[in-house]
Structure formats: structure tokens, C-alpha cells
Design a protein around this ligand. Structure first.
Ligand code: SF4
Length: 130
């Protein structure tokens, strides 16, 4: 699937109302870049994920949806972490249906890989983050 970049009103609306899902490798990169305290853990379908938190819910645990309000990284027009934004945000576009994109990114989260990322988030000092 091709990566896209669009800042039309519809695309901004996604970030104003929801958060996007990264791959586990991207979570590690976000933690290393110092953003651990802007993330949250999510749980649905019996599986766990880590993603940017909704504004005001940074550090939240076991959120059951990514549609809980504006993303912590949305400044009202743009993504604060545009160059390293999560894969779902890279693939999402006003013209594309969200569900295949979400399922594709969810498929990147499997087994022990996910567990090790969760540990990295709960021990941010290990990754050099205060
Ligand atoms: S990380 Fe960036 S692209 Fe993803 S929801 Fe937040 S502001 Fe939008």
C-alpha cells in the first residue's frame, strides 16, 4: 500500500478525532525519540497495542478505542511527528477505507514482539527516556 500525505480538512479530521496505530518497531522508535509519555496502551479483541494517546489521556492504559478525541500529536493542522508518524497515519487518506489499513497494521502486532514493546514502554529509562 502506498504511503500518502494529505492535509485536507477530511484528513485533519481524522487526527482531530482519533489516533493512528504504529507498528511495534515504530513504537520503539517513538520511545527512543523521547515520546514514551505521549503514548497509551490499547486493548481490543483480546490483544494489546501501543499508539499515540488521545489528548489528555497520555500514559493511559487499556484504552478500548482509538476514537477518543484528538491525537496528542495533532497541533490543530498538522502532525507533530510527521516524519516518524505511525504506519496507519502514513497510509490513511480521505479516499481510502480505514478498515483494510487498520487490519494491515494490526497484523504487524504479534506474540512476543508485542510483549517486548510493552516492556519498553513501562521501562522508559531502559531506552534512555526519562
Ligand atoms: S500521530 Fe500524527 S498522523 Fe497519527 S493521529 Fe496523531 S497527529 Fe494524526
Amino acid at each position: 500500500m502506498r504511503v500518502v500525505s494529505c492535509d485536507c480538512e477530511a484528513c485533519q479530521g481524522m487526527c482531530a478525532n482519533s489516533t493512528c496505530l504504529p507498528t511495534p518497531e515504530q513504537v520503539r522508535s517513538l520511545v527512543k525519540a523521547g515520546y514514551a509519555n505521549r503514548l497509551a496502551t490499547y486493548t481490543w479483541g483480546g490483544r494489546h497495542y501501543i499508539a499515540p494517546a488521545p489528548k489528555g489521556m497520555e500514559g493511559g492504559r487499556d484504552l478500548e478505542s482509538t476514537i477518543l478525541g484528538a491525537c496528542t500529536f495533532f497541533d490543530g493542522k498538522h502532525c507533530e511527528i510527521h516524519s516518524i508518524k505511525p504506519l496507519e497515519g502514513q497510509l490513511a487518506d480521505h479516499d481510502r477505507h480505514w478498515q483494510p489499513i487498520r487490519l494491515y497494521v494490526m497484523a504487524q502486532w504479534k506474540g512476543k514482539q508485542c510483549d517486548s514493546v510493552l516492556k519498553a514502554l513501562d521501562k522508559p529509562r531502559v531506552s534512555g527516556v526519562q
